[in-house]
Design a protein around this ligand. Structure first.
Ligand SMILES: O=C(O)CCC(=O)C(=O)O
Length: 212
């Protein structure tokens, strides 16, 4: 079953340019080029070098597999995070991450106390369908997601599959903000692609309301 196609509205003269997606039960805003493409690419390289990336493993059907990307969790003290059985204790903010957090808070109009960093080494790395709906994020989390480096497709779909998936291309320097009931009713993924050979860093800023 499919519903009407989503409507998006562009605010052409905004700074940064803003696109809102009107979707049932979701609040999603895309801010293009919050960093210029070249600054986004430089930031991507710096974060690849500076962050303490880890290769986590998940267990599926009794077998252990590498998570298909590298991760790092930075944030205020005592803001641990766990997902799919993986526990992450926060590493203290680096000056680069602090600066990015300040800019993201400004454009998103929200405060954050932690960030999950994802490193997609190339198009073979991905994140499967999921929602950021862990209890520690609260019922209506604001999640601001910064894309740096290679452009990748971000796909969202209703959890009840009442509409077709929607594709939102994310480029270096873009910020996507999900809020309201988005995590309750929708899920998202970054699919694998053979077309992308370069790395991408994604920073998803979150507010952890209490420790896991
Ligand atoms: O890489 C992205 O844009 C999405 C990352 C994501 O879904 C997550 O960290 O939960």
């Amino acid at each position: 079953m499919t519903t009407r196609p989503f409507i998006s509205q562009e605010q052409l003269f905004g700074d940064p340019p803003i696109k809102t997606f009107e979707l049932p039960g979701a609040e999603i805003v895309l801010m293009s080029a919050v960093w210029s493409r070249s600054d986004g690419d430089l930031l991507c390289k710096r974060l690849i070098d500076e962050l303490q990336w880890r290769q986590d493993k998940i267990s599926m059907f009794g077998q252990s597999h590498d998570v298909p990307r590298l991760n790092a969790w930075y944030g205020d003290p005592d803001r641990s995070y766990s997902w799919s059985g993986i526990e992450m204790d926060p590493i203290p903010w680096t000056s680069t991450l602090r600066r990015v957090k300040e800019r993201v808070s400004e454009v998103a109009g929200a405060e954050f106390n932690s960030v999950l960093a994802n490193l997609y080494r190339d198009g073979n790395d991905k994140v499967d369908w999921h929602a950021d709906d862990e209890e520690v994020l609260g019922p209506h989390p604001v999640i601001a997601s910064v894309s740096l480096g290679a452009a990748r497709n971000f796909r969202i779909r209703r959890k009840d599959r009442s509409s077709d998936p929607i594709n939102i291309p994310l480029k270096s320097g873009d910020v996507l903000v999900m809020s309201g009931s988005t995590q309750r009713y929708w899920e998202h993924q970054i699919p694998r692609t053979k077309k992308v050979l370069d790395p991408r860093v994604n920073l998803t800023f979150r507010k952890v309301t209490s420790s896991a």
